[in-house]
Structures are given as C-alpha cells and as structure tokens.
Write a new protein. Structure first.
Length: 339
C-alpha cells in the first residue's frame, strides 16, 4: 500500500478553515471540503487496488480534488469555479491503437468541462482541433522520464527542471539558471540549432539565451554532462521590467510551473503558447487510462500484461507514483490558486 498519509493530513487540516475564495458562498465551501473528503477516500481505495482498476479510482480521486482546487481559486469568479463534465476524451477510434498512439482531444476554451475550466485557472493549454498523442502527455509528467513508452526518439520532450538557488541578491539585468535534463543527443552536438530545435517545444523559454563556451555570439552551448548521459545548460533572460532579486525570481516563476517544491519548464502540446501545468498532465494521462480500464477491457488487459506488454511496468510505476505525488501536488496547487 502506498498512501501519502502526511499529505492527506495536511489537506484535511485545511478543511476546518478553507482558503478565503472558498468562503464566498456555502456551496463553494462545501465543494471544497467534500471534494477533498471524496478525493481522500478514492485515493485510499486506489492504494488497495491492483493496476487493473487503480486508474479508475485515482482519476476520480484527482477529479474530486480538482473541484476543491477550483473552489479555492481566487481567479474563479461567479460560477466559474464549478466543474461540470470531463472536457477531455480519447478519440474512440484510437483506443484500439497501441497505448502511446491513443489520441486525446479537449473541449474548447469556452466550454464548462472540468479539464477546460481547471486548465484556465491553472494557465494550462487546451486543444480542440488537433488531438494530442498519449505519449506526448505522458512525457509531460516529470516521473515519466524514467519510464518511456517504447524507445525514446528525438521527438521526445520531457520537463526541464531549473534551480533558482544560485540567483544572486545584487541587482543584475540578466537572470540565469541551470536547466536539465537535456537528452544525450542534444548535448552531444555543438550546433546551437540543435538546442533551439529542442527548446521550441517549450514556449515559456521565449527570449532566452544560453551559456556559451566562448565570448562570441556564435559560440557553442556550454553543456555540462551528467553521469546518466543527460546534461544541463544555463539558460538566461534579460529582465526588462526591473533588475532586483524579486524581479528576477518573478520572471522565472512566470516562465515555470511549481512541482513538488521545484520549478520546471514544461512542454506544450500542439504548439500551445504555454507549457502544460503538471496537474493537468496527470489529469489527461489518468483520464485516458481510466477510460481504457472502464470501457475497453481487451485493450486494457493487453496493455498491462507484464508478460507481453512493454507498457505494463511503466504504467504500473506511474500509477504507484501517483499515490504519493498527487496529494502533494493538490496541496501545492491549492496554495498557488488561493492567492
């Protein structure tokens, strides 16, 4: 059993004194409190479940927690905190394809669906016209980097972590931070265009420059290799609106999403103008898995067959990780949206 008692205790502690936005109306307060109660109960059931049924209870647990997040959001005015329906679904004809190739679409930005409304609150993209493959959304979850679906190719993009601890206190016109992990095929090339091509999937890096091996503008990227074959590079941005430490940290926070006490640059599906919020990446992946588990037993049984499916163990590991990661992420997200 993998149940995050500590995180759920901290979430339970917020229910007697909910965030101020959840106190604006009694239905909103009850939604916050009961949403967390239902989420915790569903996660407890998920902790005792086998992979055959775990995505169903984990997804619905996250869905109920999402209702609490929306109720706690200061940006959600009038009735925009109410989540109705899913707002996301796999294309039915793709559900018999190999798991990485299942195609996911969302409702448009004006829809009331839960995925759409919560994505707006969290500044995360939706896509209505062109579906996104399950593999792309899977790779938006930081823990999924260790469990790729199939052999990774040069089209794979995973979140990049940054470290703000080295940002100096004194005023500067530029802020720079290390970003990692870059794959081996990127750091093994000296051509800056390879780095630019890789980072094109991360719209939040807009306006970046990078640390170079020499003084000239055409010098090679100054990669720092890691022992696992990946590497990092310092990314830098000019701080146009101020030079103070607070200004530079604010710029980095604007470009990243928080995730388990870290800051990450996330890829964007279908050329969106903002990277995925990690909670919505988890949501999309778990929803697709729950649809397979509920309505497509033949395909689901095949996908989680450890003796025959290369996807079985990655799915098992991500579902196991979800039980410890998601309560922390829900609490972190509530603390972000209530401000």
């Amino acid at each position: 059993m993998h149940f995050n008692d500590d995180a759920w205790a901290r979430l339970r502690a917020t229910r007697a004194d909910p965030p101020a936005p959840a106190l604006k109306a009694k239905p909103r307060r009850v939604t916050y409190q009961f949403g967390l109660e239902q989420a915790e109960q569903l996660f407890r059931q998920a902790a005792d479940a086998a992979p055959a049924t775990r995505p169903i209870t984990v997804f619905y647990g996250l869905s109920q927690a999402g209702r609490a997040i929306a109720a706690a959001a200061s940006s959600a005015v009038e009735n925009t905190w109410e989540l109705v329906g899913h707002g996301i679904c796999p294309r039915p004809e793709s559900l018999r394809d190999p798991l990485p190739d299942v195609q996911i679409r969302t409702d448009g930005p004006g829809n009331r669906g839960s995925f759409t409304r919560l994505s707006k609150i969290l500044d995360s993209p939706v896509w209505e016209d062109n579906a996104v493959s399950f593999r792309v959304l899977w790779d938006c979850i930081p823990q999924a980097r260790e469990w790729p679906l199939g052999t990774p190719g040069q089209d794979r993009r995973t979140p990049l972590q940054i470290d703000t601890r080295g940002v100096p206190d004194q005023e500067q016109e530029v802020v720079q931070v290390p970003a990692w992990p870059l794959p081996e095929w990127v750091i093994g090339k000296t051509d800056p265009q390879v780095l630019h091509t890789y980072l094109a999937a991360f719209p939040d890096v807009a306006g970046y420059d990078f640390a170079k091996t020499g003084p000239g503008p055409d010098a090679d990227p100054a990669y720092q290799p890691h022992v696992d074959g990946s590497g990092e590079v310092y990314l830098r941005w000019k701080v146009d609106h101020g030079k103070s430490y607070a200004d530079r940290i604010a710029l980095l926070h604007d470009k990243t999403h928080g995730y388990l006490d870290g800051r990450y640059l996330f890829p964007a599906p279908n050329g969106a103008i903002r990277g995925m919020h990690p909670l919505m990446a988890w949501w999309a992946v778990l929803h697709a898995l729950s649809v397979l588990a509920r309505y497509h037993p033949v395909e689901w049984a095949r996908a989680i067959d450890v003796d025959a499916s290369e996807y079985a163990v990655p799915v098992e590991e991500l579902l196991r990780t979800s039980l410890t990661v998601l309560p922390e992420l829900v609490l972190e997200t509530i603390n972000d949206v209530k401000l």
